[in-house]
Design a protein around this ligand. Structure first.
Ligand code: NAD
Length: 269
């Protein structure tokens, strides 16, 4: 039977989440997505108006179907956690049941269960600030939105110095990679669930453009990585499809680099 996947962090057709959804759909999975509440309207209307049709085309020529789009804000577990100003915000007030626990309950009600969970979201409100100048609030917000998960997307800034990847985002990715290992143990022993993360190279996504130096990182990689080609989101999507498939049945607790090999370099040449 086909597997059912929930991909958190899809709000347009440019990012890693979209590419992962496509690779999973091409492999026969049913696709559910979680979309950040403030981005929900524009995503759903673009989807409806056919703006993404070109990027929905799968290798066999059919179009990827998204069975359901759930509004989601991953920093709140349940309605008691939501502050008044967010509750009153009109972009949030138009949707309901978007906290993590409520979305999990809705998916359970709608479909019973899922087979694959993908975390492809991040938010560092102070990502453009150096860590030294990051506020406690900004730091905790980065950790809150950007760590946790079953398969997730991380970045090498967790383990090496990447100047400019600030606001506690490097810390959030370090937490994510550590959690990947501990969760692999706990979920593996308890439920036989595998937990992995992909350390992806630079991609010109909406989130990455907000950091401000993405073009420089892409150029740097082109110049210095073992494979001198631009990284496509599909290459990350295909790796995610592999990792969640039975082909990867002995892989858990792993950080898999999909970065044209840049992580292996000591110095640029
Ligand atoms: P993206 O903009 O496509 O995805 C990020 C998504 O997170 C957006 O859809 C946004 O709406 C959503 N989001 C933000 N805060 C949220 C919240 N509180 N609740 C729910 N959703 C929320 O950009 P992307 O670059 O494809 O990012 C996907 C993942 O890949 C992130 O974890 C990112 O850190 C990681 N990553 C990206 C790069 C890169 O160069 N683009 C490199 C390595 C890792």
């Amino acid at each position: 039977k086909g597997k059912r996947a929930f991909i958190a962090g899809v709000a347009d057709d440019n990012g890693y989440g979209w590419a992962i959804a496509k690779s999973l759909a091409a492999a026969g999975a049913e696709i559910l997505v979680g979309t950040w509440v403030p981005a929900l309207n524009i995503f759903e209307s673009s989807l409806r108006r056919g703006k993404f049709d070109e990027s929905r085309v799968l290798p066999n020529g059919s179009l990827m179907e998204i069975t359901k789009v759930y509004p989601l804000d991953a920093v709140f577990d349940n309605p008691e956690d939501v502050p008044e100003d967010i509750k009153a915000n009109k972009r949030y007030a138009g949707s309901s049941k978007w906290t993590v626990q409520e979305v999990a309950e809705s998916v359970k009600q709608d479909f019973g269960s899922i087979d694959i969970l993908v975390h492809s979201l991040a938010n560092g409100p102070e990502v453009t600030k150096p860590l030294l100048e990051t506020s406690r609030k900004g730091y905790l917000a980065a950790i809150s939105a950007s760590s946790g998960s079953s398969i997730s997307l991380t970045y090498i800034a967790s383990e090496r110095i990447i100047p400019g990847y600030g606001g506690g985002m490097s810390s959030a990715k370090a937490a994510l990679e550590s959690d990947t290992k501990v969760l692999a143990f706990e979920a593996g022993r308890k439920h036989k669930i595998r937990v992995n993360t992909i350390s992806a190279g630079p991609l010109r996504s909406r989130a990455a453009k907000a950091i401000g130096f993405i073009d420089m990182m892409i150029d740097y990689s082109l110049e210095n990585a073992p494979l001198q080609k631009e990284l496509s989101a599909d290459e990350v999507g295909n790796t995610a499809a592999f990792l969640v498939s039975p082909l990867a049945s002995a892989i858990t607790g792993a950080v898999i680099y999909v970065d044209n090999g840049l992580n292996a370099m000591g110095v640029g040449v």
